[in-house]
Design a protein around this ligand. Structure first.
Ligand code: FMN
Length: 416
């Protein structure tokens, strides 16, 4: 397996500055297209590349951009927003991209804003990402001085630590100074987004792919994947592996190659029991699924989701009930309270799991837990927060049924 390096990741606190970025071909794509290619042609290149959104949904980026009404059809302000909220537990890829190579993101923003004819851009960044914020601000100053932003204003907006702000419509409310609750869709943000104007929201990693696609072409990008899906993907691995971290690999790389070759396999004394393949909002896969390709279709066929592509590894010495409780506690805390199933259901799940962990669980609780995904699954709530939370609960209840039963019957956590 060869590591394909199309994006420079430097997690060591060092930032690729303007001079270094320009030396490696940085801002060439901007010079190649801005004022030379029609915006719609740039959208077409991105559509042809097969780039899929890296924020968790995997939606085709070109199709999203094509849904933006033309300037002639909708005169007035238009916005391009980078979603850099990254509060999903176990997901830490965007942080590396911003801290290590902020110009790559800026170049992607300039190209994307040109393609969708946006006048202004915002980077909505997680407030605790101090180093990323500093790196972005320094890079914007350098890019302005070098004249490569072409008059585009890029605002860095630090959030104040709510997971719901990563949901794109709650993000829009937050940017407008309103309470961060999701909006009804339709209308889509492309039609009525920030301040009611046409708006595109894309994830950091999605945008970082754009300069490379524009520079090397759609065919080149398509060819980087090892299966049917295009490009490279920044996968992350956390848990008791030898080398936790982020790895940029071809889309479609198997879970096994990622965990065993790149993350160095399990630490001595630990065995892999299951994984959440795409962050905290995806369902568990067992060891028998390790040869599944890490792609949108591959993970769906295996019964989970690619999500953010950041794998959380569960080992044989960690209590799965406690692991799931930890996640549910996070989701319960982060519910914005806007819709009742999420506001009331998630704390209930959290309380039941906390009771089980301390030997207070009852047999009847198992039926209550099993009933929850049907009440908070896809389509039952206003946004994707609770359905995401239900993924690990629903699959975990089946995969670790014996562990749950033991907690209830023996009234103790065997791992405590
Ligand atoms: C509760 C919740 C939190 C989310 N958090 C993030 C986030 O931190 N970053 C992100 O890019 N997308 C996040 N998303 C997905 C966004 O709503 C949206 O789909 C994404 O920004 C689109 O970008 P993409 O098409 O480039 O993937 C979240 C979704 C939900 C439901």
């Amino acid at each position: 397996m060869q590591l394909v390096l199309t994006k420079n990741i430097d997690g060591g606190g060092k930032r690729v500055d303007f001079a270094a970025y320009a030396r490696s071909g940085g801002y060439e794509a901007v010079r190649k297209v801005v004022g030379k290619l029609a915006p719609a042609d740039v959208v077409q290149v991105v559509a042809d590349s097969g780039l899929a959104g890296c924020g968790g949904g995997g939606f085709p980026t070109g199709r999203k951009w094509q849904a933006m009404p033309s300037r002639a059809a909708r005169p007035g302000p238009r916005y391009f927003i980078v979603n850099a909220d990254e509060m999903e537990p176990g997901t830490f890829k965007d942080r590396y991209l911003m801290e290590g190579d902020p110009h790559q993101l800026l170049e992607g923003i300039v190209l994307a804003a040109y393609a969708v004819e946006a006048d202004e851009a915002y980077i909505f960044v997680r407030g605790e990402y101090f180093q990323a914020i500093a790196a972005l601000e320094a890079a914007i100053a350098e890019a302005q001085a070098a004249g490569v932003l072409g008059g585009l204003t890029i605002h860095v907006h630090a959030g104040v630590g709510r997971y719901i702000c990563g949901e794109e419509t709650a993000l829009l409310n937050s940017l407008e100074g309103k309470r961060a609750i999701p909006r009804a869709k339709p209308p889509l943000p492309q039609v009525s987004g920030l301040f009611g104007c046409p708006t595109i929201v894309n994830n950091v990693e999605t945008v970082c792919n754009v300069p490379h696609i524009v520079r090397h072409g759609a065919e080149w990008f398509r060819g980087l994947g090892v299966g049917d899906e295009a490009g490279t993907k920044i996968f992350g691995v956390s848990g008791r592996v030898n080398r936790p971290g982020v790895y940029e690999l071809p889309m479609g790389t198997s879970l096994r190659v990622l965990i065993e070759e790149f993350a160095g396999g399990m630490r001595d004394g630990f065995q892999l029991r299951a994984v959440l393949p795409g962050g905290a909002s995806t369902g568990f896969l067992g060891v028998e699924k390790l040869d599944t390709p890490m792609s949108v279709a591959g993970m769906a066929a295996a019964g989970s989701r690619l999500g953010t592509g950041n794998v959380m590894v569960l080992d044989d010495k960690t209590c799965p009930v406690g692991f799931i409780r930890n996640l549910q506690h996070f989701f319960a805390q982060e519910s914005c309270g806007w819709c009742a199933p999420c506001r009331d259901g998630l704390p209930w799940v959290d309380q039941i799991l906390a009771a089980m962990e301390t030997g207070q669980g009852r047999q009847s609780d198992l039926a209550v837990l099993a009933d929850m995904p049907g009440r908070m699954g896809p389509g039952k709530t206003f946004c994707g927060l609770a359905p995401g939370a239900m993924a690990s609960l629903e699959t975990g209840l089946k995969m670790f049924a014996q562990d749950f039963t033991r907690h209830v019957q023996e009234r103790v956590c065997a791992w405590a």
